[in-house]
Write a protein of this length. Structure first.
Ligand SMILES: Cc1cc2nc3c(=O)[nH]c(=O)nc-3n(C[C@H](O)[C@H](O)[C@H](O)COP(=O)(O)OP(=O)(O)OC[C@H]3O[C@@H](n4cnc5c(N)ncnc54)[C@H](O)[C@@H]3O)c2cc1C
Ligand SMILES: Cc1cc2nc3c(=O)[nH]c(=O)nc-3n(C[C@H](O)[C@H](O)[C@H](O)COP(=O)(O)O)c2cc1C
Ligand code: FES
Lengths: 310, 268
């Protein structure tokens, strides 16, 4: 540690959302925030992204919904959620009391659904941005179908942009031929930022029962095991677009987070690691700050994409 | 407030082949826990004392609280070695430290006005029932304890249960001890009018227990098990079906459970 006195600046701006630091939580892994407030001070986080919300309540997929894999897990929750009206009535009052930025992740069966949910949330107030999930591998209609082609990704993004004046983040799927092409399409449609990656489609088979382990047959892979794939996706997308990138996929330490930032992420999100250690996000913030000090970097923004030396 | 701490192991001993009893030091969990609640244990090792961890097995593992000693600040778990996580757990020694979260979930309801209760446990399902039994006996409840296992070698806690003063009914699949056959057959023949029945074991067993108890108009509480990730209601991994009018809804075993009303939980 050369410069003990240096107090590096961790503030970042993600498409108009000003955050005190670049560390967020990933949708679906952090409930509505309140669940984790018993372990950490949520207000220290750059932002929280809450569970995917749809227009109507969603029952979710049959069980088993998860299975552990080496250094990872498959999930097929199927976007179980109480619906946007319930969220507005029961959680938005809580969001309004938080000092951290709250971003709501939305999903839908149709472009219109996405727009309606975005509009309702915007009118309710208390949130700082909308993350559009066009990458859920666990629902039959919608979800990933929208993220699979540049055309539909463009259309959903445009519809949500028209429905809200809040910053719109589009969450991309790695289960596509060319993630950079989709990123360009949503940028062209007006997206203020992109977040990536969502889970990788996978499955596991119970050899004794001779059938798939998950009730939904397929699920999404997350956790440390996906990190190299995610870092590469951020790397590719950074070369392709100018809007800020929120990087995620297997981050469980500050070192992991710094890889994403160097690859081009302006912010990072902690997902599966919350299950393992609820204090991960806080430890990542502290670790990034220590790193900046020891590398004598005064502003986190200087580090974004720094690994692109080729 | 749920506790999330690195806690010291005081003891970790084999009590029968593949079954281990672990004692953990935690005044706070011991004081707060009620029967039926569980703790969520990480088996990740810290690398070089650093915050980085081994990541495999990744997720925490849930274990029922088997017993507590409030005075000495001890929490006990009783577990069966079935896979990677429980194998690693079985190799821990006294003075090793584990990251533990708890107590979690909603435990068994013990109404003030009950006089008689039945407990039905199968295999490792006996783990939470010992804590429950102690609480019931303390309240002056008379308890019939039905215990089933594959064979004598897997019947745990026989002496402990009878010395506490419960009426023990035993069944083993192979007939090596007690009645030969399933514990539910024993229950079917012997279940008296009690105020409440509590059960923990395989879904197959619990489904039958619910049928038998409800047929006699006895309320029944079941302790459910599902694969868990967060353990605190945030991820919706651990759900089970609970009747809701004509339909059902998915409830979280870690948050609304693990104990549910046998009348409404669907064991499919
Ligand atoms: C609320 C709750 C309370 C629990 N309390 C206890 C307890 O008090 N004592 C206890 O021993 N266990 C308890 N369990 C089960 C325990 O969590 C699992 O046995 C444990 O997670 C297995 O981890 P593993 O890594 O060893 O096995 P894994 O590697 O995850 O699985 C290995 C193999 O064992 C099978 N398996 C998993 N669980 C069981 C099981 N329970 N019985 C038989 N086979 C299984 C798996 O399907 C797989 O084939 C509880 C579970 C829940 C949800
Ligand atoms: C249990 C679970 C539920 C998830 N639910 C959602 C969701 O509702 N919406 C969404 O956009 N992503 C969801 N995700 C994906 C995560 O937000 C994240 O993109 C992914 O898990 C990769 O990050 P990680 O490896 O750090 O978990 C979910 C992931 C998990 C593990
Ligand atoms: S384990 Fe996450 S909701 Fe129960």
């Amino acid at each position: 540690m050369k410069n003990e006195k240096l107090k590096p600046c961790l503030k970042v701006n993600i498409g108009g959302i000003g955050m005190n630091n670049p560390v967020m939580t990933a949708s679906g892994t952090f409930g509505f925030g309140i669940e984790y407030s018993q372990f950490i001070d949520i207000n220290q986080l750059g932002a929280i992204v809450v569970k995917g919300v749809t227009l109507k309540p969603k029952e979710g997929n049959p069980t088993p919904r998860i299975v552990e894999t080496p250094a990872g897990m498959l999930n097929s929750i199927g976007l179980q959620n109480p619906g946007v009206d319930y969220v507005i009535n029961n959680y938005v009052p809580y969001f309004k009391k938080l000092k951290t930025k709250v971003i709501v992740n939305i999903s839908g069966d149709s472009t219109l659904d996405y727009a309606l949910v975005a509009k309702k949330l915007t009118d309710a107030g208390g949130i700082s941005g909308i993350e559009v999930n066009i990458s859920c591998p666990n629902v039959k209609r919608g979800g990933m179908a929208f993220g699979a082609s540049a055309k539909s990704a463009f259309e959903v993004t445009e519809a949500v942009k028209d429905a809200t004046d809040l910053p719109v983040i589009v969450k991309l799927s790695p289960n596509v031929t060319d993630i950079a092409e989709i990123a360009k399409a949503v940028e062209a449609a007006g997206a203020d930022a992109v977040s990536l990656i969502n889970t990788l489609t996978g499955m596991a088979i119970d050899i004794n029962a001779k059938k798939p382990v998950l009730g939904n047959v397929v699920g999404g892979l997350s956790g440390p095991t996906v990190k190299p794939v995610a870092v590469y996706a951020v790397w590719r997308v950074y070369k392709a677009v100018d809007i800020p990138i929120i990087g995620m996929g297997g981050i469980s330490s500050a070192e992991d987070a710094l890889e994403f930032i160097l690859a081009g992420a302006r912010a990072v999100a902690i997902g599966t690691a919350n299950f393992v250690n609820p204090k991960t996000a806080i430890e990542v913030i502290e670790g990034i700050e220590r790193y900046l000090k020891s590398h004598e970097i005064s502003d986190i923004n200087e580090l974004v994409g720094k690994a692109h030396v080729f | 407030m749920t506790i999330l701490e690195d806690l010291k192991i005081l003891k970790n001993e084999e009590v029968a082949k593949n079954y281990m009893m672990m004692e953990i030091k935690s005044e706070n969990i011991a004081r707060k826990a009620v029967p039926g609640q569980f703790v969520h244990i990480s088996l990740n090792e810290k690398v070089n004392g650093n915050k980085n961890i081994t990541n495999d097995p990744l997720l925490r593992r849930p274990f029922s609280i088997h017993d507590v000693d409030v005075e000495r600040g001890i929490v006990k778990i009783l577990y069966k070695v079935v896979g990677k996580g429980t194998f690693l757990l079985s190799r821990k020694r006294a003075n090793d430290v584990l990251s533990i979260m708890g107590p979690l979930g909603n435990g068994f309801a013990i109404k003030k006005d009950i006089a008689k209760a039945a407990i039905v446990a199968g295999g490792i399902g006996v783990a939470p029932m010992y804590f429950l039994l102690k609480a019931l006996l303390k309240n002056g409840v008379e308890v019939d304890f039905y215990l089933g296992a594959l064979s004598k070698s897997e019947l745990l806690l026989l002496d402990e249960i009878s010395s506490l003063g419960a009426n023990l009914h035993i069944a083993t699949d192979d007939g090596s001890m007690g009645k030969k056959g399933r514990v539910i057959d024993l229950l079917y023949k012997n279940l008296k009018t009690v105020d409440v029945t509590y059960t923990c074991g395989s879904k197959l067993m619990m489904r039958e227990v619910v049928k038998i108890a409800l047929a006699k108009g006895i309320p029944v509480q079941v302790s459910m098990e599902e694969k868990m990730a967060c353990g605190i209601g945030a991820c919706l991994s651990c759900v089970c079906k609970v009747k809701n009018n004509e339909h059902f809804e998915y409830k979280r075993v870690c948050a609304e459970g693990p104990v549910f009303d046998g009348k409404s939980v669907m064991m499919v």
